[in-house]
Design a protein around this ligand. Structure first.
Ligand code: APR
Length: 230
């Protein structure tokens, strides 16, 4: 039976995981205040000091094992009872999965996966364990985090833009819309599609029909759910 539910697409960023205890990138006290993003999250950084980058992701992977999804992740999953929901996330954590969202598209990779340096299609689920320095894939190349670094292509951006182009409702949660091509996805929403932005800060979001919910993700998603279901 064709899915007659309205298509709700949620473009999420680090802010939706903030209340789970995971730092965002660009807020005060954020990750990019502690680390030089080009040293720990770029292909140039990997070439320069792969051990440092391996350690950076091992630490984030370990922290992920110690945190839980929050109410915002859970409300998004609950909305699947009322809408055909697709989560397009910039986050590399697995909190949407653990909150039981069923359609998730990771634009920037996944912390719980590793891959061959020589073949980006050879991917291994490693859960929360560290990648030991020198660990190799069967093809003999170094095992690396399955993360899209600055300077690398975003393989899922095509699928993501097609998904947003079909959205009846677009929800933007916890992203500063600073990083392209992810931030450009908002422009793919059909002109008449309502866009809801959930963020405690004032985010400039293009669109003809934008509603801003100036709240943290948990309170904001609660408000949004009421608005969408009233
Ligand atoms: N609830 C909702 N939003 C929040 C909360 C919260 N509790 N706390 C902060 N925010 C908002 C901030 O106001 C900001 O708009 O979350 C957003 C976080 O923005 P960034 O730190 O830039 O994170 P994000 O947009 O996900 O970064 C995109 O940049 O470094 C790369 O690959 C990395 O995927 C990441 C990408």
């Amino acid at each position: 039976m064709a899915n007659t539910l309205k298509k709700l697409v949620a473009l999420t960023g680090a802010g939706i995981s903030a209340e789970s205890g995971i730092k965002t990138f660009r807020d005060s006290g954020g990750l990019w205040e502690q680390y030089d993003v080009m040293e720990v999250a770029s292909i140039g950084g990997w070439r320069k000091n792969p051990q440092l980058m391996q350690r950076f992701y091992n630490e984030r992977r370990k922290q992920l094992s110690e945190v839980e999804p929050n109410a915002a992740h859970r409300i998004l999953a609950e909305l699947e009872a009322y809408f055909d929901v697709t989560v397009v996330t910039q986050n590399v954590d697995n909190l949407h999965e653990r909150a039981q969202s069923s359609k998730i598209l990771h634009l920037h990779g996944e912390l719980t996966k590793a891959r061959s340096c020589a073949d980006s299609n050879w991917v291994l689920d490693i859960g929360y364990r560290p990648i030991e320095w020198g660990e190799t894939a069967p093809d003999g190349s170094l095992l690396r985090p399955h993360i899209v670094w600055f300077g690398e292509a975003v393989p899922m951006i095509g699928a993501a833009s097609e998904t947003v182009a079909e959205a009846d409702i677009l929800v933007v949660v916890g992203t500063s819309l600073n990083v392209y091509p992810a931030a450009g996805l908002v422009a793919y929403a059909p002109r008449e599609t309502p866009i809801y932005v959930v963020d405690p800060n004032d985010i400039v979001c293009p669109g003809r029909n934008v509603t801003s919910i100036r709240e943290k993700a948990t309170a904001g998603m609660e408000k949004l759910k009421k608005m969408l279901l009233e």
